[in-house]
Design a protein around this ligand. Structure first.
Ligand code: HEC
Length: 117
């Protein structure tokens, strides 16, 4: 009877150690570093910028409209810096607005050197 309770005590101690050890390994899990999200990944002229320009700028910056003419890639790319400044400052589109996502897309594209992609 005496021996039996000793075994039981040891078993209990072993169990407690196991539980404690499993807790220790669980604690490490949240420390896994999250990859920073790259908002500029996959932003292209044809896939993003052109669509934004066509829906929000072209009515005033088309052929014969206000400077700069934003109807073509070369029109947009040769004015990339002022286009970026105009949308980041919120000055353009005049009388309208862009979403933060759209502004970020234009900013990303201009910062990447306004590639024809
Ligand atoms: C409702 C008409 C209208 C819309 C829409 C519009 N613009 Fe303009 N934009 C103007 C006018 C008018 C000017 C010239 C006077 C001025 O600068 O306010 C101008 C000037 C500009 C200029 C040159 C001068 C400056 O302020 O830097 C840029 C660049 C520009 N717009 C970019 C854009 C972009 C990019 C969009 C779309 C996101 C856009 N505009 C939408 C009317 C518009």
């Amino acid at each position: 009877m005496k021996n039996y309770s000793k075994i039981e005590k040891n078993t209990l101690l072993l169990l407690l150690c196991l539980i404690f050890a499993s807790c220790l390994t669980n604690v490490e899990e949240p420390e896994v570093e999250l990859e920073p999200v790259d908002l500029c990944a996959d932003i292209t002229y044809s896939g993003n910028v052109k669509t934004i320009i066509n829906s929000s700028c072209i009515q005033c910056h088309g052929s014969g409209g206000n400077f700069p003419n934003l109807t073509t890639y070369s029109g947009v790319s040769s004015n990339a810096t002022i286009v970026k400044n105009a949308v980041v400052s919120g000055r353009m589109p005049q009388g309208g607005s862009l979403t933060q996502e759209q502004i970020k897309a234009i900013e990303c594209w201009v910062d990447a050197g306004a590639p024809n992609n």
